[in-house]
Design a binder for this molecule. Structure first.
Ligand code: PDD
Length: 289
């Protein structure tokens, strides 16, 4: 039996029903998070839940739980479902009320839904790297909010999938912003560049961890925007996200990056990222190397 969270309750999945006038369903009016689970333990749960509360604040969606209450609910769901390796998905919509673009009154409570899913680590693509395409970033100007509105992102990902690529790297004009569901970093002459955490990207938790690792280990880091040309001329390129961790990108629009295999700084960051997972969640049975 699989259990999910509907508002405060842990219930059987088949019994969890949401109204057709839920604002998440009708307007994409809500916020969400995806958290990795390794060895039955959430990785960087505090950071994800803090970002969820922040995303809520940014759209004036009042989440009626504290970070610790949310964490406790998720822990109970993970335990109930015996999830060892996978993800937790969690979202808040602005609740159910007769369709009207303007927000409903304070009497309408947000709707919380959450579930677990078993997923392995993508070790093949982390070892060998993946292909990407380039695509104009057509999304709105508040990409810092982890909103349920993902049309721009899914259209970009679909284009990548159709062309046999793993990720679509988005750019606004010449400036590279981020992937359809990941952050993008490049390495040039030993320095790592990644778009600054502005309104144009989601400030990924994986991105933050990587930046922290760079600062701790002396890898030169510049949080500054780079161009499409910089991207294609980079020594190394990688994407980062909760599900893809640190995944090398070895080919973009048919052009090889470096010599077409994952580079040394990417490999080093993968190892150090894996170490930080093990520090929080215990030894991993399936490792990158
Ligand atoms: N992706 N940018 C976008 C647009 C994203 O959707 C994501 C997350 C990221 C990376 O954020 P984080 O490192 O916090 O996962 C950046 C989903 C959740 C995923 O691929 O798991």
């Amino acid at each position: 039996m699989e259990y999910v969270i509907l508002n405060g309750d842990l219930i059987e999945r088949s019994k969890a029903k949401v109204d057709i006038e839920d604002r998440g369903y009708q307007f994409g009016d809500g916020v969400y998070e995806v958290i990795r689970v390794y060895n039955g333990k959430m990785f960087t749960a505090d950071e994800h839940l803090e970002r969820l509360l922040e995303s809520g604040k940014k759209i004036e969606l009042n989440i009626p739980y504290s970070k610790d209450q949310l964490k406790q609910m998720l822990i109970e769901m993970i335990e109930r479902n015996n999830l060892e390796l996978g993800i937790v998905y969690m979202q808040f919509s602005r609740g159910t009320s007769p369709r009207n673009h303007a927000y409903p009154g304070a009497d309408v409570a947000p709707v919380l839904t959450a579930y677990t899913r078993e997923t392995t680590r993508p070790v093949e693509s982390m070892r060998n790297g993946v292909k990407a395409i380039l695509i104009e970033d057509i999304r709105w100007l508040r990409c810092d909010i982890k909103s349920l509105n993902l049309l721009g992102n899914i259209m970009a990902k679909q284009k990548a999938a159709q062309s046999g690529s793993f990720e679509a790297i988005q750019h606004r004009g010449d400036t590279v912003t981020e992937g359809s569901s990941s952050n993008i970093a490049i390495v040039k002459d030993g320095t790592l560049y990644t778009h600054p955490a502005t309104n144009l990207i989601l400030n990924g938790i994986t991105r933050r961890k990587i930046n922290e690792i760079c600062r701790e280990t002396g890898i030169a880091l510049k949080e500054s925007a780079f161009t499409k040309e910089d991207l294609l001329a980079a020594d190394e390129v990688f994407m980062s996200s909760t599900s893809a961790e640190v995944t090398p990108i070895i080919e973009i629009e048919g052009k090889l990056i470096g010599n077409g295999s994952p580079g040394p700084i990417t490999n080093k960051l993968q190892n150090l990222f894996e170490e930080s997972i093990e520090k929080q969640c215990g030894s991993l049975t399936v490792k990158i190397r």
